[in-house]
Ligand binder design. Structure first.
Ligand code: FES
Ligand SMILES: [Fe+2]
Length: 348
């Protein structure tokens, strides 16, 4: 599966970038080094020196410039070599590295890696992880699977009862067959449980006691390339209150067969200490099934695809795959347009 280049991707959580320590990360199968300058502005450069191709992330950051660890050329955030410690100090015109456009939004640093100019990053439905307005807890995992395969797993609410029986799944949730919608390039996958004995993990995440009977509604929103927001609404049978939890799941290809998986949970700052406690609990709680149950499954699926190669028969599709099929079609169309040089601005 090809990697769509004409899109914004999360390169890192904002708190990962420092002005005293470069961060190396492979993104869209390219080595990238990320750092902040002395003013806190984030920068991303191709992670190889134009002199003898030394990895720049092994160098030092000083006054907002990154020094090559091999012979000491120094580069600013635009990728321009600004210091040559050898001879008369002349800086050859070609002594520069590629700099990637960045944008800091929603507590993340987003990167644009296409050669064509970037479009506006406009994803207002992720405001619930905007650290200006919300308390946010962050998580990160790496999947050993293609980015679209990794997103399929999040759009697929039918695997809970089988892969996550002790955390997310329940018989009541499994009884619903799910609903799927598409609005432009946005795909929705929904599933409801009525009169469910809430799984303890879900109940505790919302501050409800074990043994709570409730209706639970899950809605997954997918937008290209692989940006997902999941909303869980719970109405206990004993009250008319609705408890809502929102999480963001932002996937960035590391390579064709591995993915950076950034996830976060946010609640309004107005909730104070409670918001901090609950978002931290939710991220810690989500990490366990993701790490111990989803990631091994994704890695095994990717290995099976790799082993089958082109001899792989077409996948058998079930009605439960409605969300995945719609998202894959959107991506196929975008990849075909990109291959034909006909990209359209991303305007969700
Ligand atoms: S390899 Fe970077 S200065 Fe020589
Ligand atoms: Fe899962």
């Amino acid at each position: 599966m090809d990697i769509l280049k004409n899109a914004w991707y999360v390169a890192a959580w904002a708190h990962e970038l420092r002005d005293d320590q470069p961060l190396a990360r492979r993104l869209l199968d390219q080595p990238v080094v990320l750092f902040r300058d002395a003013h806190g502005v984030p920068h991303a450069l191709a992670d190889h020196c134009p002199h003898r191709f030394a990895p720049l992330h092994r160098g030092d950051l000083r006054d907002g410039t990154l020094g090559c660890p091999y012979h000491g050329l120094r580069f600013d955030g635009s990728g321009q070599c600004v210091h040559n410690p050898h001879g008369d100090g002349h800086v050859p015109a070609a002594a520069r590295v590629r700099a990637y456009p960045l944008c800091e939004r929603f507590g993340a640093v987003w990167i644009w890696m296409d050669e064509r100019p970037p479009c506006t990053l406009d994803l207002p439905w992720f405001d619930f992880i905007d650290p200006q307005q919300c308390e946010v807890s962050y998580g990160y995992l790496q999947t050993q699977a293609n980015y679209q395969l990794s997103a399929d797993n999040l759009l697929d609410l039918s695997h809970f009862q089988f892969l996550h029986p002790s955390t997310l799944g329940s018989a009541a949730m499994a009884a619903d067959s799910g609903r799927f919608e598409q609005n432009g390039e946005t795909v929705w996958s929904r599933r409801d449980a009525r009169g469910e004995l809430l799984p303890p993990f879900v109940a505790r995440g919302l501050g409800l006691p074990d043994g709570t009977l409730a209706d639970r509604r899950i809605a997954v929103r997918w937008d290209p390339p692989c940006l997902l927001a999941i909303e869980v609404c719970v109405t206990p049978a004993s009250s008319s209150m609705e408890y809502v939890s929102r999480s963001a799941h932002l996937l960035t290809p590391e390579s064709a067969t591995s993915t950076h998986y950034f996830y976060a949970v946010g609640l309004p700052k107005a909730l104070g200490e409670l918001a901090r406690t609950m978002t931290a609990y939710a991220v810690t709680g989500l990490t366990q099934p993701f790490r111990d149950e989803d990631l091994p499954m994704l890695a095994a699926q990717q290995r099976a695809f790799d082993e089958a190669g082109d001899a792989s028969p077409p996948a058998v599709l079930l009605p439960i795959d409605g969300g995945i099929v719609r998202a894959r079609r959107v991506m196929e169309r975008k990849l075909a347009l990109e291959a034909a040089g006909q990209t359209r601005p991303h305007a969700p």
